[in-house]
Ligand binder design. Structure first.
Ligand code: LMG
Ligand code: NDP
Ligand code: PMR
Length: 396
């Protein structure tokens, strides 16, 4: 990837404060790479429209360093907004990294990259040309509840307000024959993707509440493969939480099953189940806290980002065939940078503020409120999932 060129991009955005950028995005893609190199020319035109909309190439005066206008009212008479603070878990690769890049490059946000591998995250941020003014790496291992608690403490000590939390990190172990476990002994996929994030979001809810930012958001990344009302969600093994008996038993394989529904271990199913948990958790947060706090709770399917590290445990043949399969057969493929811009939209775009929504994008890359499967929108199950999860993570 032409990563060095990416450092040119913030300049490309900042010099065009008021109107449409005069730099042609046809020639320069988001990471300084030709758009056509990435998306094969498909949807190039629509992504141009998307770019100017998503990235909100609007006045960015509040964040530029030494202009005399700082702190003064914008010409329209609107007050300038302070920089927003967003935590993104798993920002060391894939979707999280691309989102960190997209959001940091607006100059309007400070991104806290919450990552288990500090060095990897730091290197990734540097190689993507993220301005060091606009990000901080903080250690977070979601597979350890102690680490989650420590992270929340450390974040609070930093004194930054929290305006948006993005629960993005995940592991996918499709070829594992035997389960692995988190520090507390939960099956690793559900333990990391759901329970770690559940505790994190619960601990940081107060911080979000206290923020004075005009739009406070908690975003939990979901997926199509957890939704059995789609073709992708019907590829075996299908997600199914059953009656949650395995989860209630602690997912430790000692007294009960390591699977939420009480079945035999299946890594691919555990991942899909964890995504159902993510989507149910978002809705339960919405029901419990949206009205009271004004926080917007959302989930999304960013598209099939077939090239990310998520598939690192899959067999080499799969990793070879999956991207062309998604690009040319299902046409569900999106590049990391495109997906990053979608998630960045959910972080900051005023048109995606509605709470309780599962966002998706159509072929023209315009967002729409999608329907979740029956199970992924089951309010009773969401409530039980919440109650069991809070016991497991030590909140009840
Ligand atoms: C499992 O296998 C593994 O067992 C598991 O360990 C784990 O890895 C898991 O998800 C990960 O996968 C999945 C396996 C079984 O699917 C395959 O990948 C086999 C590939 C078969 C090749 C099919 C030919 C397609 C041609 C593509 C050529 C390019 C190849 C690229 C391949 C990359 C992707 C692998 O899956 C199956 O059993 C195969 C059948 C799956 C079809 C599922 C479709 C069900 C449709 C049901 C309709 C439901 C309708 C709902 C509609 C709602 C609409 C609103
Ligand atoms: P990646 O593997 O590229 O990114 C996952 C990130 O999670 C990495 O930064 C990884 O860290 C981090 N992570 C894993 N375990 C932990 C942990 N214990 N503590 C902290 N961080 C951890 O995958 P994607 O970017 O594809 O996935 C991001 C999100 O997008 C996931 O929620 C996934 O479910 C979702 N998604 C992905 C789709 C796709 O097609 N790729 C489709 C739909 C949804 P490290 O870099 O150290 O490994
Ligand atoms: Mg899928 C419209 C069709 C579509 C879409 C959007 C996806 C997304 N997939 C689709 C169809 C199919 N997939 C079909 C027809 C097959 C059978 C050949 C198929 C297979 C398949 C496998 C084996 N797909 C997969 C796998 C994985 O291992 C991935 C997975 O399930 O990870 C949990 C995956 C995915 N398909 C997707 C998406 C987005 C994924 C991956 C990641 C995720 O949900 O987070």
């Amino acid at each position: 990837m032409a990563l060095q060129a990416s450092s040119l991009l913030p300049t490309a955005f900042t010099i065009h404060k008021e109107g449409k950028p005069s730099v042609s995005f046809r020639d320069v893609g988001f990471f300084g790479v030709s758009v056509t190199d990435h998306v094969g020319g498909v949807a190039c035109k629509s992504s141009l429209v998307l770019r100017s909309r998503e990235l909100q190439v609007r006045p960015i005066r509040a964040q530029t360093t030494a202009t005399p206008e700082i702190g003064q009212a914008a010409p329209e008479g609107k007050k300038t907004l302070r920089k927003g603070n967003v935590i993104i878990t798993g920002a060391s690769s894939g979707l999280g990294l691309a989102t960190a890049k997209a959001i940091a490059d607006t100059g309007k946000w400070h991104v806290i990259m919450a990552c288990r591998n500090f060095l990897k995250a730091e290197k990734a941020a540097k190689s993507f040309g993220i301005d060091k003014e606009n990000y901080t790496v903080m250690h977070l291992d979601l597979a350890s509840l102690d680490s989650v608690r420590q992270f929340a403490d450390n974040f609070r000590r930093s004194g930054r307000p929290l305006d948006v939390l993005v629960c993005n990190a995940a592991v996918y172990l499709p070829t594992a024959k035997e389960p692995s476990f988190t520090a507390e002994g939960f099956e690793l996929s559900v333990g990391t993707n759901h329970l770690g994030h559940f505790l994190l979001a619960r601990l940081l809810l107060d911080d979000l509440k206290q923020s004075d930012y005009p739009s406070k958001r908690l975003i939990i990344v979901g997926s199509i493969t957890g939704n059995t009302n789609t073709l992708a969600g019907n590829v075996p093994p299908k997600a199914n939480l059953g009656d949650l008996r395995g989860l209630a038993g602690g997912l430790n394989g000692l007294n009960t099953s390591v699977m939420i529904d009480g079945g035999e271990f299946d890594g691919a199913k555990a991942y899909k189940d964890s995504k159902v948990c993510n989507m149910l958790t978002m809705q339960e947060f919405h029901r419990r806290y949206h009205e009271e706090t004004g926080i917007s709770f959302t989930s999304l399917y960013p598209g099939c980002i077939a090239t990310t590290g998520l598939f690192r445990e899959h067999i080499p043949l799969f990793r070879l065939l999956f991207p062309p399969f998604q690009k040319y057969i299902t046409k569900g493929y999106v590049s990391e940078e495109e997906a990053g811009k979608r998630l960045a939209q959910v972080v900051s775009d005023p048109s995606l503020e509605k709470s309780g929504v599962y966002w998706s994008w159509n072929k023209n890359s315009s967002s729409f409120e999608n329907q979740l499967s029956k199970e992924a929108s089951d309010a009773e199950k969401a409530q039980r999932l919440w109650e069991i999860s809070e016991k497991l993570v030590g909140l009840a």
